[in-house]
Ligand binder design. Structure first.
Ligand SMILES: [Zn+2]
Ligand SMILES: [Zn+2]
Length: 553
């Protein structure tokens, strides 16, 4: 069931749209429960509230609701936002046939399809005329039911995370199913469970599945190049122990820190630390330091923590505004589980860290910075160390998380002298290299592609190539991956300067949940659908991957 790399005609029709914006996802919002040092055995509930069995608000046979009639305000608000942003596809089709004879613009969507519940057309008449809609309708209904399920108040077992790996069992990275099984997750019995769990875990497990010695990306299946094999071997000597030795915490005593730089981070920077702990649990003998870097990295609300200190423990801080607004003076554990879990929806409803009633923020162009993350007991500000708004959380003796809310070019110099292909790598999730920049254009007024734009990735990628550390990149769809790769050949300081590490193709650990674009509900994508990687070319190595010629013309 591997989708081909080439875009279908329908994908092509949509590829000129700014898909990067959809990445916002509101993964941000699940509260922490495990305290510093986190429990070491058994399943760790993601949220304290799930310990007591909640009474569902919606039953499993009552998950479908037209957006305008949803019992949940954020879903209703999303429907309203789409009605303002999306154009009726039937009107739009008529419009393009009429050429310049009419100035009529396509009407906004106002009619909700009774089968999927999304506003999809200007009127019932145009909905009935549209033969195309049935291609999208069942997926849209699936998202409708998924979003209501997350808010339904049921106990979401999919979010219960396992403790450390049993040393007798090897972890398999063949696909989600065997990964969950070999890691001891609760069984994912339904497609819906798979969608929820894969969306929660896609960022940490994508990283783990690339770096781990049991990666599914191998020389044999040609997803890893010979050059890439050398890069990964270097990192794995630091991440793992020699063959035959036990992978234990003690083995980490003599090891250097492995630094994973996640650039342009948004939603991934707001994942709870105990979800990121799942990445560390794949490498029990390693010391990991995650760096989230980007202007939209989520930071803890230190000022707020000061105001409320004494009222609740640091780990009890809610990290999403609706809960905080309603529970100003109570520990967040008392907030309804349903409120917390609902935040895992693809909608990005409560993104502004204000105390006001949350408003739905459309997921287009520039999704807002995720809500502040929870302040853990040992989280400290790091502005004096890095000179930018930042924090560091020493989560346990082997995992540290740092967030830097700034453009990467502003902090590169602080790391420049220390990069080492044995200890460092970069991950760029859905970076949108091939999209036009909203801010920068060439001398003819044409938007520059983001890979070459001074306001986006233009100054960054050559710096990363100079480190010779692997740069791992994901994309939303076959078309998105192909567009990003084609853009490499147009970028000064990038074209001709890299070797392939991982050949482009599907990511076995992408999210299986569809993300719907508010500006056009026909545009549906999956976070981290595809994956590939490059590395700065070593001049002394003449061997060239045959792959590089495919996209270099
Ligand atoms: Zn219409
Ligand atoms: Zn429909």
């Amino acid at each position: 069931m591997t989708p081909p790399l080439h875009a279908s005609e329908r994908d092509k029709r949509h590829i000129d749209r700014p898909l990067r914006s959809i990445r916002g996802g509101g993964l941000s919002l699940v509260k922490h429960v495990s305290s510093y040092g986190s429990p070491s055995t058994g399943h760790v509930p993601l949220d304290a509230d799930v310990r007591k069995e909640p009474t569902p608000i919606l039953s499993q046979d009552d998950l479908f609701h037209p957006l305008s009639q949803s019992p949940f305000a954020p879903v209703r608000e999303r429907g309203e936002a789409i009605k303002k942003l999306a154009a009726c596809p039937v009107c739009a089709g008529e419009h393009s046939h009429l050429h310049a004879h009419t100035k009529a613009q396509p009407k906004a969507v106002n009619f909700e399809c009774p089968d999927c519940g999304w506003p999809t057309h200007c009127s019932q008449e145009h909905w009935e005329q549209d033969e195309e809609h049935k291609k999208y309708c069942s997926r849209l209904r699936e998202v409708n039911e998924d979003d209501h399920d997350l808010r339904s108040g049921r106990k979401i077992r999919e979010f219960e995370l396992p403790g450390p790996q049993d040393s007798e069992t090897a972890i398999s990275f063949a696909n989600w199913d065997v990964f969950w099984y070999t890691r001891g997750f609760p069984s994912m019995d339904t497609e819906r469970s798979r969608r929820h769990a894969s969306k929660l875990l896609t960022y940490p497990i994508t990283i783990g599945s690339v770096l781990h010695e049991h990666s599914y990306l191998t020389l044999n299946n040609q997803r890893l190049t010979p050059e890439g094999s050398r890069s990964m071997a270097a990192l794995r000597t630091t991440l793992h122990v020699p063959p035959g030795a036990p992978e234990t915490e003690e083995a980490s005593a003599t090891k250097p820190e492995v630094r994973i730089f996640i650039l342009g981070a948004r939603a991934e920077s707001s994942l709870p630390a105990n979800v990121w702990e799942q990445l560390h649990m794949l490498f029990p003998a390693a010391i990991l330091h995650l760096f989230f870097v980007g202007p939209q990295v989520s930071l803890p609300d230190f000022a707020k923590a000061k105001r409320t200190s004494g009222a609740s423990s640091a780990t009890g801080q809610a990290n999403q505004p609706s809960t905080r607004a309603q529970n100003q003076d109570q520990p967040a554990e008392q907030a309804p589980a349903q409120e917390t879990m609902s935040q895992l929806s693809s909608a990005n409803p409560n993104s502004e860290p204000t105390e006001e009633k949350p408003k739905y923020v459309p997921n287009i162009y520039n999704p807002p910075t995720p809500a502040p993350i929870a302040l853990r007991k040992y989280t400290r500000q790091s502005i004096e160390r890095y000179g930018v708004p930042s924090y560091t959380t020493p989560y346990n003796h082997q995992l540290t998380i740092t967030g830097l809310q700034t453009n990467y070019v502003d902090v590169h110099a602080q790391f420049q002298e220390t990069f080492d292909p044995y200890t460092d790598c970069f991950f760029l999730f859905n970076p949108g290299f091939g999209f036009p920049s909203p801010y920068s254009s060439d001398e003819h007024g044409n938007a520059l592609l983001q890979i070459a734009s001074p306001t986006e990735w233009g100054p960054v990628v050559p710096l990363l190539l100079a480190t010779k550390c692997p740069i791992i990149v994901t994309g939303f769809s076959p078309a998105d991956v192909e567009r990003d790769i084609r853009s490499l050949s147009t970028a000064p300081g990038v074209a001709g300067e890299f070797d392939w590490v991982i050949t482009p193709g599907p990511n076995a650990f992408g999210s299986e949940k569809w993300e719907v674009a508010d500006f056009d509900p026909r545009v549906m994508l999956k976070l981290n659908w595809g994956i590939w990687a490059i590395r700065g070319q070593r001049r002394d190595v003449r061997e060239r991957s045959s792959f590089s010629s495919i996209f270099s013309s």
